[in-house]
Design a protein around this ligand. Structure first.
Ligand SMILES: [Zn+2]
Length: 87
């Protein structure tokens, strides 16, 4: 998995800083929210089907990234209504 943002080199590999891979998030279902995401993020739409777009957690504020424990695995998800950080 790769981040869809142009110039972002994030991949599903452990980060040097934390030793853990970044989390990836798909585009929101909400049409208005999705528009803002696409405006704020430089996504290469020519190559990608929007269903296959994943954005890494580098583009969000740490307080918008939430974690939940499912059995013994941690799952990362975005706070409802979370928007990417403006570049
Ligand atoms: Zn990224």
């Amino acid at each position: 998995m790769r981040c869809a943002v142009k110039n972002c080199k994030s991949e599903n590999k452990p980060k040097k800083t934390t030793g853990k891979p970044p989390s990836f998030h798909s585009l929101p279902q909400n049409e208005d929210q999705r528009k803002i995401w696409l405006q704020r993020l430089d996504i290469d739409l020519n190559h990608l089907n929007t269903a296959n777009i994943f954005i890494c957690d580098l583009h969000f504020r740490p307080e918008d990234i939430l974690k939940t424990r499912k059995s013994c695995k941690w799952k990362t998800f975005l706070r409802k209504g979370a928007l990417p950080i403006e570049l």
